[in-house]
Design a protein around this ligand. Structure first.
Ligand SMILES: Cc1cc2nc3c(=O)[nH]c(=O)nc-3n(C[C@H](O)[C@H](O)[C@H](O)COP(=O)(O)OP(=O)(O)OC[C@H]3O[C@@H](n4cnc5c(N)ncnc54)[C@H](O)[C@@H]3O)c2cc1C
Length: 555
């Protein structure tokens, strides 16, 4: 139920709907897409990445001197959680062929394929297996499965969406593996949406020239993860899952190779060492850093841990100056602030309109352009709808979907979305949603090649923690594909490599070297990382708590 002060604007949206529906039914574009020049202008003026204080030079580590997102630079210029001298590296608690850090989609996929190569696997994960962004993905996965489509067209779309900054070899791997991944997942039990004659239902997405997104209603992530997790749990002798046991540092050996990780038990607050021949980082993204104060779609564990520990060990980062704000995050009600309204909603025909019911942007521009256009509409043109908590947003006119495709389309295709809003008395089949950009995706990450190798021997990375696949702007549906394609590749390559590795003496000296670098750079900070979980406790509450000065076993 929307409050009284929004009712006038809602009436204007209803009043303009018939005309907007007519254009949509005609097959014409409902709003003229922007030219490249217009796109450049709206990005530079309104996208948060382009604000003066959005980036700064990082003063230590392999990317020293590069301009990266300010909050990430702050996080990298920080101390380790551990004192390296307190560990008995000669007696690790666990030994394995492959250590996988992160139990989301990329981690599960990597574990299955490393096992196929005959490797023993340990998955260290921060929360429970599957507590991840992968579980929450809604809209779907891109793959060129239609006759009018091809990996080449998919390639061109992904490159264009990423402003041609993507690493070509990675995009080639992404698009050529995609159809095989669709079949593999289906054989494992994923039930893709299909038409009556058995063909895959494919939907449109921002910045794509073909309908290419496969889905399982708007529960795509949960559907895929159910299957992957079942499979992982089927092999307890080969894949050991350690839950609530995040990795807080990598271990190296005296030959400079990565040789495992230091795990921290969130229950007992004890540390343990895992020695591994190869290591795969699949820790996902950084939404919970709340860059520029934006709300986020991400799960609580998305705190850039993999980036931090890899960087401290010497791994190079790529495109850490670029953040993806999803254009359609919920603004009202406040309880679901930042909650993702999947791009599938616009893919099905929903239109973004301002407070007077006008369409003001082509609904399926690439995400960064669309987000910047929403911000312009609210902040420069003052055509947003203000909420009583001081937020602002535009409408996403969802009821038009049923008018375009027939009654029941919304309930059939978007059951999660219908349920989410109905909890607050909003029926999205007959009322629009109030939305504004929300922090969604880490475009950059640890640099990899198409075998998921990094510049450090025996260290592999897959999924959102890696950088280069999506350039500086990921297209919808390409990230679920990314974690499947590169999770698989990382598992195969790390599994095979583990058979050849000879490790030297274990060491944590890289932590001391990093400390020295911080000191030489004159950096004084009390920040420690990885942060593991975001801290939302307000200062006045902390001050009231008896445990305000308790620091656990940290440092
Ligand atoms: C709400 C939402 C909807 C989305 N919808 C889509 C969509 O429709 N299509 C699409 O293509 N993409 C979508 N995405 C993006 C996509 O889901 C993610 O980018 C992708 O799933 C990331 O997979 P991952 O395995 O790399 O990371 P994740 O799935 O996030 O997994 C990372 C795992 O690592 C664990 N971890 C973190 N730190 C540590 C540590 N220190 N030690 C051990 N473990 C750690 C985490 O707890 C988590 O389990 C969506 C994202 C969100 C948030």
């Amino acid at each position: 139920m929307y409050p009284d002060y929004m009712q006038e604007s809602l009436k204007l949206v209803e009043r303009t709907r018939a005309d907007r529906l007519k254009i949509a039914k005609s097959g014409e574009k409902v709003f003229k897409p922007m030219t490249e020049k217009e796109r450049g202008e709206v990005l530079s003026k309104f996208h948060p990445d382009y604000k003066e204080d959005a980036r700064r030079e990082v003063r230590v580590g392999p990317n020293k001197g590069d301009k990266i997102t300010t909050e990430v630079a702050d996080l990298l210029e920080s101390h380790s959680r551990i004192d390296s001298s307190l560990f008995d590296l000669a007696n690790p608690a666990y030994e394995t062929d492959v250590l996988i850090i992160g139990g989301g989609g990329a981690g599960c996929e990597a574990a299955l394929f490393a096992r196929n190569e005959g490797a023993n696997v340990i998955i260290s994960t921060k929360l429970r297996l599957g507590d991840s962004n992968s579980m929450m993905s809604q809209g779907g996965m891109q793959a060129s499965v239609n006759p009018h489509d091809s990996p080449i067209i998919h390639y061109l779309d992904a490159m264009g969406g990423g402003h041609f900054d993507n690493k070509p070899d990675l995009v080639r791997a992404l698009v050529t593996d995609a159809p095989m991944i669709v079949t593999w997942l289906e054989e494992l039990g994923v039930m893709w949406d299909k038409g009556a004659d058995g063909h895959y239902v494919t939907k449109a997405g921002g910045g794509t020239s073909r309908r290419r997104m496969l889905s399982a209603r708007d529960y795509t992530g949960a559907t895929i993860m159910r299957v992957l997790m079942d499979e992982v749990k089927s092999y307890p002798d080969d894949i050991k899952v350690m839950e609530f046991a995040p990795c807080v540092e990598l271990i190296m050996d005296d030959k400079g190779q990565v040789a495992g990780g230091v795990l921290y038990d969130l229950d007992t607050e004890e540390y343990s060492l895992v020695k591994s021949k190869t290591t795969i980082i699949t820790t996902g993204g950084f939404g919970r850093l709340h860059i520029k104060g934006f709300p986020t779609t991400n799960h609580y564990g998305a705190t850039a841990d993999g980036i931090v520990i890899a960087y401290r060990a010497g791994a190079k980062l790529l495109y850490m100056d670029s953040v993806q704000y999803h254009p359609t995050g919920a603004v009202y009600p406040e309880q679901i602030l930042g909650f993702l309204v999947t791009e599938e909603v616009r893919g099905l025909g929903a239109q973004p309109v301002n407070k007077v019911g006008e369409l003001f942007v082509f609904p399926l521009e690439p995400r960064d352009i669309e987000a910047a256009a929403f911000i312009r509409e609210c902040l420069e043109r003052d055509k947003g709808i203000k909420t009583h908590t001081g937020r602002v947003g535009v409408w996403l006119d969802s009821p038009i979907i049923d008018m375009l495709h027939g009654d029941g389309t919304i309930k059939r295709n978007l059951p999660a979305m219908v349920r989410q809003f109905s909890r607050f008395g909003i029926d999205i089949t007959c009322e629009p949603m109030l939305i504004y950009p929300t922090l969604h995706y880490q475009n950059g990450g640890i640099e990899i090649n198409e075998r998921c190798e990094t510049n450090l021997s025996n260290l592999y990375v897959a999924g959102e923690a890696s950088g280069g696949v999506h350039g500086r702007n990921r297209l919808m549906g390409n990230s679920v594909l990314d974690y499947n394609v590169f999770g698989r590749r990382a598992g195969i390559n790390a599994g095979q490599r583990s058979k050849q590795v000879k490790l030297g003496k274990l060491t944590l000296n890289h932590i001391n070297r990093y400390e020295a670098e911080l000191k030489n750079a004159g950096i004084k900070t009390d920040r420690i990382s990885p942060i593991l979980l975001p801290d939302y406790t307000p200062k006045e509450v902390k001050d009231r708590q008896l445990t305000a000065h308790y620091e656990g076993t940290l440092r």
